[in-house]
Design a protein around this ligand. Structure first.
Ligand SMILES: [Zn+2]
Length: 132
């Protein structure tokens, strides 16, 4: 049977979200900005964070508070670690940080890096189940 599943790429909505309105806000197009619904604000905010925008920029663009857009960012899983909390020793991130700082990695970090290296050889990825 054909025509059972359809994809219409000219759709301008995504569930409750008016993609055109979101696009205009995210892209900062000239002209009056459409007022976004909550769902659209969140969608736009996450899209902007993914492109590296800062919370203040995002908040102003979508018309929400920084506090709210930060929450959306966390909910989207876009904040890997809180600012000011470096990766702990015994992780590959910490090992790399030691190297960046010209420090000699400690035993725990060397072990973590070796383990990541072995995983890379074995699986093609340095990532274990969780974040390495
Ligand atoms: Zn260390």
């Amino acid at each position: 049977m054909t025509g059972r599943y359809r994809v219409d790429t000219t759709d301008t909505t995504l569930g409750d979200i008016d993609v055109i309105a979101v696009e205009r806000v995210v892209n900062g197009d000239n002209g009056p900005h459409p007022t976004l619904t909550d769902a659209e604000q969140q969608f736009a905010a996450v899209a902007m964070f993914r492109r590296g925008a800062g919370p203040r920029t995002v908040a102003e663009a979508v018309g929400a508070t920084e506090r709210v857009v930060q929450r959306w960012r966390r909910e989207a899983g876009l904040v890997p670690q809180a600012r000011g909390e470096p990766p702990p020793c015994g992780t590959r991130s910490a090992y790399q940080r030691h190297l960046r700082r010209g420090e000699t990695p400690d035993h725990a970090c060397r072990e973590a890096n070796n383990a990541a290296h072995r995983r890379l050889l074995a699986t093609g990825s340095t990532l274990a189940g969780g974040r390495a």
